[in-house]
Design a protein around this ligand. Structure first.
Ligand code: PHB
Length: 401
């Protein structure tokens, strides 16, 4: 029925204009779309479907779809329509891609993305348009820091969080001097800062940063420097296809026994099988782990495997929780996104029943969550303790106006 309205003027315009209000009034108090049948809610999925992060985008997509299917295809009484866009993990294309979803496709909400640089472009656009944005991965600090906003939420992590947990665990073990190797972009640099802050709790420090441009894999010259740095261990952020290659190259260079490698858990999550023997034994920190063995996680993993034909990983969990958070908001307002204040209030105060364990959101709309320690055993990132309980990002610079 929405098409009846859409002929000349969009539903959005109709609802927003004075004429629209009186047109609705003519049908009585119930908005037209509910009187005649629920209008689909358009969900833009802006994610990488190509490049080093392609598998991450796919798992997020399948998990979002899984949750919506579990709810019979409807959230808050509205049928869900997906519009998918491959962002290629290319920050230069982010503003145009986001604008396409907002202006041309007129999506009601965007779920995206994976890459921090792309996310920054998206944040700028939705701050102007007021479109609801739910981040299912990218950890860019500013999203829930200096650029935080009522319409911006994240169900994943800030880059600082898991890396702080890893650094703190090493500090607790008395490690003092570490080198850090990563991609030279926001996620790499912010992860390094979190790692350094964690290490500093025990008086440790990063004595050398080693960086390659994203998404290059030309780290051999940097690996060659490590034995000369006088460090006890090496910290790292890599993810996706790049992480598979890095872990293999690190082992092949003969560095693993002399300079143990530690990282945020993206290093091994979803990619451990492809890393083979090179990944075995690696210790990482993340807000998800294998072997949680809770009824919630077990049910999710079984359902995801059935849908995707792949094992669930942290990306799938974050995507599933993005859909859960959207559902909580929509249910609070009976599917009427014009009531954005009430919707965002419900989302902001939600407890999300995540496969990772229940979590809440900070005032800046970022998860407050346990950071698990994990050890790679027989191809699984097995739970191996908790680095920090209920860790909140510092949310530097966030004032929610
Ligand atoms: C990011 O760019 O923020 C990012 C990408 C992949 C990850 C984690 C963070 O696995």
């Amino acid at each position: 029925m929405g098409n009846l309205i859409r002929g000349n003027v969009s539903r959005r315009t109709l609802l927003k204009t004075a004429g629209g209000v009186s047109a609705l009034a003519a049908f009585g108090a119930t908005p037209l779309r509910y009187a005649l049948g629920a209008e689909p809610l358009k969900v833009g999925l802006m994610l990488p479907y190509s490049g080093t992060y392609a598998k991450l985008g796919e798992n997020i997509t399948w998990a979002v779809e899984l949750f919506v299917e579990e709810k019979g295809g409807m959230l808050g009484g509205r049928p869900i329509e997906f519009i998918k866009l491959d962002d290629e993990s290319d920050p230069a294309k982010a503003p145009e891609n986001t604008n396409r979803l907002v202006s041309r496709d007129e999506v009601d909400v965007i779920i995206g993305t994976v890459h921090s640089g792309v996310e920054m472009g998206m944040v700028k656009v939705v701050k102007d348009s007021g479109t609801l944005l739910i981040g299912p991965n990218a950890g860019a600090g500013a999203m829930t820091g200096a650029l935080c906003a009522p319409n911006i939420f994240r169900t994943s992590f800030s880059n600082w969080q898991p890396s702080y947990g890893m650094g703190k665990a090493l500090a607790d073990r008395g490690i003092k001097k570490v080198a850090y190797i990563t991609w030279d972009y926001g996620a790499g640099k912010e992860s390094m800062q979190g790692f350094a802050d964690g290490l500093a709790t025990g008086g440790g420090e990063i004595v050398q940063a080693l960086m390659v441009p994203f998404p290059e894999t030309s780290w051999q010259p940097l690996l060659a420097q490590i034995p000369g740095l006088g460090v006890e261990a090496v910290g790292t952020f890599f993810a996706g296809g790049g992480a598979i290659q890095f872990v293999k190259d690190y082992a092949a260079a003969g560095l693993r026994d002399k300079f143990p490698l530690y990282g945020s858990g993206f290093l091994t999550d979803g990619v451990l099988a492809a890393q083979g023997d090179a990944g075995e034994g690696l210790e990482t920190a993340l807000h998800y782990a294998d072997g949680l063995n809770t009824p919630r996680d077990n049910a999710f993993r079984e359902a995801f495997q059935k849908k995707a034909g792949r094992d669930a990983d942290v990306y799938a969990v974050q995507g599933y929780d993005a859909a859960q958070l959207l559902a909580i908001g929509l249910e609070a307002v009976g599917g009427d996104m014009e009531k954005s204040d009430a919707m965002y209030a419900a989302m902001g105060s939600a407890t999300i029943d995540s496969p990772r364990g229940a979590f809440t959101l900070s005032k800046a709309h970022n998860p407050v969550q346990d950071i698990y320690l994990r050890k790679a055993v027989n191809g699984l990132n097995m739970l191996n303790g908790i680095a920090v309980e209920k860790l909140a990002d510092p949310a530097t610079g966030c004032s929610m106006t």
